[in-house]
Ligand binder design. Structure first.
Ligand SMILES: *Cc1c(COP(=O)(O)O)cnc(C)c1O
Length: 372
């Protein structure tokens, strides 16, 4: 791809839309595309719009500010804020018709008071803690809490949800959480209070635990074509949306025993071709051993320490300055995935992708990636 940048991300929005269409078809359930954390660093507005094109019914974010960003871009689809909303944000959320998470007695009082004061209904989804130990009320309190919400006035109970803690593993807690949640849904039904949107499944559960699907799946990773587990590739019809590329800054032959980089942790063994890539830890690449990049379809090891803005690699042959380099993505028959960077750094792919710095421009493409 032609760009004016030394390093950039290519985000394939056609892949996002296709992934969403596949999720809806494979799960047989409407989709809430989770675009919190700027769509895990991919760009919330662009990814959100592509997800809606692909058939997502809802978007989900962590904070009110993220919902506002979607509304400001003209997105009118239902948006759920999964996390905390401050008292100062509630009026704006009501005005923007954003759906909020009702997770405690204090949020109930706050939300109801503001909705009554503004004389505008506030849609809420009741959050249950069925074992995650994070936000929510206990499942056995669901009915009394829903009744309280009804009595408070101003609130429309539009949904109920909970979050699974170990859906990406075979674990006895999955069954327990499903049971607790199922009992709360049944109790609400019996009380005539079952809301239209009941949801429990994240990416992992949407596939591994069909009983968790209910009315909506909440999927982040698979929307972006990211793996559910680092060691397991997705079915072939899902494609990663992100590629991270750069241009070769320099290619020089260094003499034997020449030190490379800060701390001189690498010494050339003989004459070696050393390439310089304008990507460093200041762009979000992790300062861990084992990094590599693709040049000319070949895998090249990073040598010496990562710098803030640059890194050095050992090249198998000379390449011209400006040659395209792949940090994440495919080139020739080789591929480096965000899961590889996550594994190297002992963390998740999302931890890696959300830390790709804003100074790396996000360029949006539609399925025209020449290496795909
Ligand atoms: C982030 C998040 C999700 C999405 O999880 P993925 O594993 O990316 O699909 C779903 N639900 C809640 C409550 C979340 O916080």
């Amino acid at each position: 791809m032609k760009t004016s940048h030394p390093t950039w991300l290519e985000i394939d929005l056609a892949a996002v839309a296709r992934n969403c269409a596949h999720i809806v078809r494979d799960t047989g359930t409407p989709l809430m595309a989770i675009v919190k954390g700027d769509a895990y660093g991919h760009g919330a507005v662009a990814v959100g719009q592509a997800a809606l094109e692909g058939g997502a019914a809802w978007l989900g974010v962590a904070r009110y500010g993220e919902a506002w960003t979607l509304r400001a871009a003209g997105i009118q689809a239902p948006v759920l804020v999964l996390g905390m909303v401050t008292p100062e944000e509630v009026d704006a959320a009501i005005a923007a018709a954003v759906t909020l998470t009702l997770h405690s007695p204090a949020t109930l009082e706050l939300f109801a008071a503001r909705a009554r004061a503004l004389q505008r209904p506030l849609r809420v989804h009741l959050k249950l803690d069925t074992g995650m130990g994070r936000l929510g009320v206990f499942a056995e309190d669901a009915v009394s809490f829903a009744q309280q919400a009804g009595r408070a006035g101003g609130l429309v109970l539009d949904g109920m949800f909970s979050h699974l803690a170990v859906a990406d593993e075979e674990h006895p807690l999955n069954d327990l959480q499903l049971k607790r949640f199922g009992r709360a849904v049944a109790a609400l039904e019996e009380a005539g209070l079952r809301p239209p949107w009941v949801h429990l499944a994240n990416s992992a559960a949407a596939y591994a635990l069909p009983a968790s699907r209910y009315d909506l799946t909440r999927v982040g990773n698979v929307v972006l074509g990211l793996r559910i587990r680092l060691d397991q590739s997705l079915p072939g019809h899902y494609a990663p949306a992100l590629a991270w590329k750069a241009r070769l800054a320099s290619c020089r032959c260094l003499p034997p025993g020449w030190g490379v980089g800060y701390g001189q942790t690498y010494l050339t063994r003989g004459e070696e071709l050393i390439g310089v890539i304008p990507v460093g830890y200041g762009d979000g690449l992790r300062r861990v051993p084992g990094n590599r990049v693709l040049i000319g379809g070949r895998s090249c090891p990073v040598v010496g320490r990562l710098c803030l803005d640059q890194l050095m690699v050992r090249l198998p042959c000379a390449f011209p300055e400006g040659e395209e380099v792949v940090i994440v993505g495919r080139q020739g028959g080789e591929e480096i995935g965000l899961h590889d960077l996550g594994s190297l750094a002992g963390t998740t792919q999302v931890d890696v992708s959300t830390h790709i710095h804003a100074r790396v421009p996000r360029l949006y493409i539609r399925g025209t990636r020449d290496d795909a």
